[in-house]
Design a binder for this molecule. Structure first.
Ligand code: NAP
Length: 232
């Protein structure tokens, strides 16, 4: 039985990924600031290397080597570029990019040892289009796409695939919070989405499930947009 870690698995997209991978028969540990009452939940801030190592170590001890990692933890910030402080910039880069660095480094030794691994990084469709008032977020997520491609080249020979899934507009607590604050117009977004609906967390989970499957072993370094045809 394979063991996966899903960061940000306490909410939204990450939570749907957890449900889907469990339905597909994997052991899944949730790594989140608030993993809820999940029996396989481990509290960790992805920006804190010691907490990440501790959570990964505890998950490994309970479920065995970690050979699947889905990085879904993320933090949005809407602010005009000229109003962003360097602390704001660093926090967004820290969660969305450095968090991926810490989690990948923490699990790669297990994958290398196993000679098999799957990493999926949840980036953002804003990396295709850009997004006003979200410059550090788009910068961080674009870097995640680049990191994905480099890691795919570096660890393909070790049997590890690394792909990114940039979601479009997905109905999650993060999106609803942004909509409440007026930063996202849900109806307008649906109208400009070719398939004319908002995405479901399960749409992203399905893509992750495919990319971590055995049959996706020849797919690596790819940026698989799941966005209803918007921002492709
Ligand atoms: P969400 O519902 O807010 O879920 C994100 C989860 O990550 C939350 O449980 C959050 O905990 C956790 N998290 C945040 N910072 C963390 C940290 N430092 N360490 C550990 N966990 C942390 O958001 P979502 O919409 O599902 O987003 C999932 C991913 O998809 C994110 O990477 C996001 O950027 C990306 N994305 C989402 C959309 C969309 O339309 N929803 C579009 C493009 C990309 P707290 O709630 O306690 O902060």
């Amino acid at each position: 039985m394979k063991t996966a870690i899903v960061t940000g698995g306490g909410s939204g997209i990450g939570q749907a990924v957890v449900r889907r991978l469990r339905a597909d028969g994997l052991n899944v540990a949730v790594l989140d600031l608030k993993p809820g009452d999940d029996e396989a939940g481990f509290v960790a801030d992805v920006t804190n290397r010691a907490q990440v190592e501790e959570a990964v170590g505890a998950a490994r001890e309970k479920y065995g080597p970690i050979t699947v990692l889905v990085n879904a933890a993320g933090l949005e910030m809407f602010r005009r570029f000229t109003d962003i402080t360097f602390d704001d910039w660093q926090r967004v880069i820290d969660v969305n990019l450095n968090g991926v660095f810490h989690c990948v480094q923490a699990v790669l030794p297990d994958m290398i040892e196993a000679g098999w691994g799957r990493i999926v990084n949840i980036s953002s469709s804003s990396t295709h289009s850009g997004q006003p008032y979200m410059s550090p977020y788009v910068a961080a997520k674009s870097a995640v796409n680049g990191l994905t491609k480099s890691l795919a080249l570096e660890y393909g020979p070790a049997g590890i695939t690394v792909n990114a899934v940039p979601p479009g507009f997905i109905d999650t607590p993060m999106l609803r919070k942004s909509a409440e604050r007026g930063y996202v117009k849900v109806e307008e977004s649906i109208a400009s989405t070719p398939v004319r609906r908002i995405g479901k967390p399960e749409d992203i989970a399905a893509a992750c499930a495919f990319l971590i499957s055995e049959e996706a072993g020849y797919i690596t370094g790819q940026i698989l947009g799941v966005n209803g045809g918007r921002n492709t």
